[in-house]
Design a protein around this ligand. Structure first.
Ligand code: PMP
Ligand code: GLN
Length: 388
């Protein structure tokens, strides 16, 4: 095939995702998988039933409408109103996607020109780097530093150049668990308005906030018309395999994102869209119960990691805990995660792969706690073998 690499240069070096690599390692070694973030118990039985019913009744078995089924678009609009007081027109301001992943891809492919700069928090969720690269744009990291992982707003201001087109936000933030507070959001919004920047905000962990609350940046002055808000059903309802996500934004932004989306998947997940419409309308007690359950799990794993000897950075949100392995006399998170299965039968994710700056996250390791209590207890017991 000649000397030219098959993978184009935009994607060179991206390889297999760390989540796939570490889940494969968990399977191969029979380890407890606290790597990839997916729950080991499914979401509400009545929502699973709703999907089965939709299939049986022939709802969504053929191509659903491009922007998503009207029932789901209405349920998404109601959800934004109910939790955040934000009004979106389900016909022109809501777009259903194949998970948040497709929404991120479609938004970046639609809104970026080659050479545009995108400022995003580092450590990055891995698909951001790939999608920015596919759009031919340039990622500009704002490094979140331990122990608080709060963004340095002066540093953010200094990163804005005439080439900056877009801020790509993620709060609650994967992997660190940092949740942007009201003052931080105000400052970021003011900067976006001042420099006329677009904002794409990944809010998939919106219902997983343990301290404070999730505040959508779209609610702030001047932000509604420049913000593409993204979320999905996977995390909130514990059905990560269903891949139903969505975008809420102005009609102009939705139209732009839809243009890219229609050539990525066109449509997806017909019957699941009906089920997610029901899920979004679950009572407040569902959302509160889900959060309380995960908070208990966070505390369980947090305690186990501390007694095992890790330095633990308690997350304010998400279902991940970032730790530091320096107390074990180790400093290479990737090497640590490769050998963790043979040392104690547990799999985790090295945050180092989410940084451009190799030093910034070299010794950070992420564990997920969206697992049954007995699994978390077993993992914690195994980790004590590290002898920290
Ligand atoms: N954004 C973040 C920050 C994530 O952690 C994930 C993974 N769940 C996604 C997007 C992808 O979400 P989905 O599974 O809905 O595509
Ligand atoms: N969002 C999940 C995590 O951070 C994984 C999703 C994926 O495998 N791409 O663990």
């Amino acid at each position: 095939m000649g000397a030219r690499p098959l993978l184009n240069r935009r994607l060179a070096g991206l390889g297999t995702t760390i989540f796939a690599e570490m889940s494969a390692l968990a399977t191969a070694t029979g380890s407890i998988n606290l790597g990839q973030g997916f729950p080991d118990t499914d979401g509400p039985a009545e929502i699973a039933e709703a999907a089965v019913r939709a299939i049986r009744e022939g709802r969504g078995n053929q191509y659903p409408p491009g922007p998503g089924i009207p029932e789901l678009r209405s349920a998404i609009a109601e959800h934004q109103q109910r939790f955040y007081g934000l009004a979106y027109d389900p016909d022109t301001e809501v777009l259903v996607t194949a998970g948040a992943t497709e929404a991120i891809a479609a938004a970046l492919l639609a809104l970026l020109e080659p050479g545009d700069e995108v400022i995003a928090f580092e450590p990055f969720y891995d698909s951001y780097a790939a999608c920015i690269a596919m759009a031919g744009a340039k990622r500009v990291p704002l490094t979140l530093r331990a122990p608080s992982f709060r963004p340095d707003l002066d540093e953010l201001r200094a990163l804005v150049t005439p080439a900056t087109r877009l801020l790509l936000l993620n709060s609650p933030h994967n992997p660190t668990g940092m949740v942007l507070g009201p003052e931080e959001l105000d400052a970021i919004a003011a900067l976006a308005v001042e420099h006329d920047l677009l904002v794409v905000t990944d809010e998939v962990y919106e219902h997983l906030v343990f301290e404070g609350a999730h505040h959508p940046i779209a609610a702030l002055p001047g932000m509604r018309e420049r913000t593409v808000a993204i979320s999905s059903a996977g995390k909130t309802f514990s059905f990560t395999g269903w891949k139903v996500g969505w975008v809420t934004a102005s009609p102009e932004l939705v139209a732009a994102v839809r243009t890219a989306k229609q050539y990525l998947t066109y449509v997806s997940a017909g019957p699941f869209q009906y089920a997610v419409a029901e899920a979004l309308r679950l009572p407040d007690s569902y959302y509160a119960g889900f959060r309380a359950d995960l908070l208990r799990k966070r505390d369980l794993l947090d305690a186990g990691l501390r007694t095992a000897g890790f330095e633990v950075y308690e997350p304010q949100g998400t279902y991940f805990i970032t730790t530091d392995i320096t107390p074990f006399g180790e400093k290479d998170a990737y090497a640590f995660c490769r050998t963790l299965p043979e040392r104690c039968g547990v799999v985790a994710i090295p945050n180092s792969v989410f940084y451009d700056d190799p030093d910034a996250g070299r010794s950070q390791v992420r564990f997920t706690f969206c697992k049954r209590d007995e699994v978390l207890r077993d993992a914690a017991a195994r980790l004590q073998r590290l002898g920290g």
